[in-house]
Design a protein around this ligand. Structure first.
Ligand code: SF4
Ligand code: SF4
Length: 469
């Protein structure tokens, strides 16, 4: 039986009422006060020093009014639950322009799962009969008709694989390992799909692309169209059910399969293991199975890394909620979360440090990183629904990369890639935006020392036993 948004909101009632409206979630502080960067949101000032707390919520920064910051939205959820407020077009217009970036969850010392609450609130709003904004209605129509929100033809989903000579992996029946490509990499950032497959091929992996793959449903879980999202989820679960491991190159798809599906499924365990491709590369480096080749073009280039919210902070917040649950209402051990968070956020950085050592890039961190990372502005239905707000947010993130002198801004999500790239061009930030795997493929950096066996890849886990969680 599918859950309704209102049921999800009622499940979260205790969390909603735990919000004390202290508004601490408005600010973020990353603990690197000596880094140069943008201070308060005063526009493109590239040499202002950060000092202590800075505004962190992109929606609050953009719109300014109390209701748009997270605390306002949690108060709206509370009022809906108590019956003091009814859903209306006005309520929708306040709760929709939010990137569901989760910066507020990460800042809240009261551990309120704000993104879960905002998403359930939006779903309940749609169920109450309030029409979605026009642009969200359009993508909802497109995905129902074509199984993707971009209007691409379903039969052209893997056209990029044919163009890149990777056709043999489509419907490769004897593979236990799958690659879920996602709509953005299939129809827009095809370079990322092709780069991921070519790396898998160089590693000698036997993997498959599943022709029945459809949109993961992420935008629809985020904007409250949960019926659409759950229909897509069911199709994907059916299509991928015979695989043992599924890899992703998109942060949003990875989060949706790994964190959303179990919450909305009847049986809360996926029939296969999920893993982002960067986790595989990280483990191969740690196990001395790969290195990188030196490259003259990249040598000396300053490279920084943008943590996608969906692979970074959203998993971190999930770990936090798990630790709280396991603590059985006894003391919440922050050291446990710090250790697990450190291991998690260090994974993409392991690749960048290896690239620094072998290739000669200069890896530099931005001011706001890891759980405090500033969002790229694309998620939560905001790029589709509120493109100006979305690009202005991406530009703030590009400012932060400019502030550390980045030549290349890397990330591990085609959707972040798109938004950061567009803002980079539109606001003339003058960098190059690139996926890490894309960089490895584009410059032919992979130096395979020992091809991993199928068994090795299938058995990889998010936190191998030798790693401290
Ligand atoms: S969500 Fe947390 S940090 Fe934000 S106002 Fe509520 S209690 Fe305070
Ligand atoms: S999820 Fe992000 S944009 Fe939405 S209220 Fe929280 S910090 Fe603001």
């Amino acid at each position: 039986m599918s859950k309704t948004g209102l049921e999800r909101l009622q499940e979260l009632k205790g969390d909603v009422f735990r919000c004390i409206h202290c508004k601490a979630c408005r600010f973020a502080y990353s603990g690197q006060p000596s880094k140069k960067g943008i201070g308060e949101h005063k526009g493109k000032q590239k040499t202002v020093l950060y000092e202590g707390m800075v505004d962190s919520c992109p929606a609050g920064i953009e719109y300014g009014w109390e209701a748009f910051w997270n605390a306002g939205k949690i108060w709206i959820a509370r009022s809906i639950l108590t019956g003091d407020l009814e859903f209306s077009d006005q309520v929708r217009d306040v709760i929709m322009p939010c990137i569901t970036c989760g910066m507020c969850s990460a800042q809240c010392e009261n551990k309120v799962p704000t993104v879960d609450i905002i998403e359930a609130l939006r779903a309940a709003c749609v169920e109450a009969g309030i029409p979605m904004i026009d642009k969200h209605q359009l993508v909802d129509r497109l995905v129902k008709e074509l199984n993707n929100p971009y209007g691409g033809k379903p039969e052209e989903r893997f056209e990029w694989a044919k163009e890149a000579g990777l056709e043999k992996y489509i419907n490769n029946k004897d593979a236990k390992i799958g690659y879920y490509v996602g709509c953005t990499a299939s129809y827009r950032q095809k370079n990322i799909a092709a780069a991921t497959c070519k790396i898998f091929e160089k590693l000698g992996m036997n993997f498959t692309l599943i022709p029945e793959e459809v949109c993961c449903g992420s935008p629809f879980f985020r904007v409250g169209a949960v019926d659409t999202a759950q229909d897509l989820m069911k199709k994907n679960l059916e299509a991928f059910k015979n695989l043992e491991k599924v890899f992703f190159s998109c942060a949003g798809c990875y989060r949706t399969f790994s964190l959303d599906y179990p919450k909305w499924m009847d049986d809360d365990e996926l029939p296969f293991e999920t893993m982002h491709a960067f986790e595989l590369i990280t483990q191969l480096i740690k196990d001395n199975k790969i290195k990188f080749k030196a490259n003259k073009e990249l040598k000396g280039k300053t490279v920084t890394y943008h943590d996608p919210c969906h692979t970074g902070r959203h998993f971190y917040v999930e770990f936090e909620q798990q630790i709280i649950e396991e603590s059985n209402n006894l003391m919440f051990d922050i050291r446990k979360l710090n250790e697990k968070g450190h291991t998690w956020f260090d994974k993409p950085r392991t690749i960048l440090r290896q690239l620094e050592k072998d290739v000669g890039i200069k890896f530099t961190e931005m001011y706001r990183i890891k759980e405090n990372s500033m969002c790229c502005g694309a998620g939560g239905g905001v790029r589709a629904g509120y493109p100006d707000f979305s690009l202005r947010t991406a530009s703030l993130r590009c400012d932060e990369a400019n502030a550390v002198g980045a030549d290349i801004l890397t990330t591990e999500c085609p959707f972040c890639w798109r938004n950061l790239s567009d803002a980079n061009e539109l606001y003339e930030h003058g960098m190059e935006v690139m996926g890490i795997l894309e960089m490895i493929d584009k410059y032919d950096l992979l130096d395979v020392q020992e091809k991993p066996s199928e068994d090795y890849v299938v058995k990889l886990t998010r936190f191998p036993p030798e790693e401290k969680e």
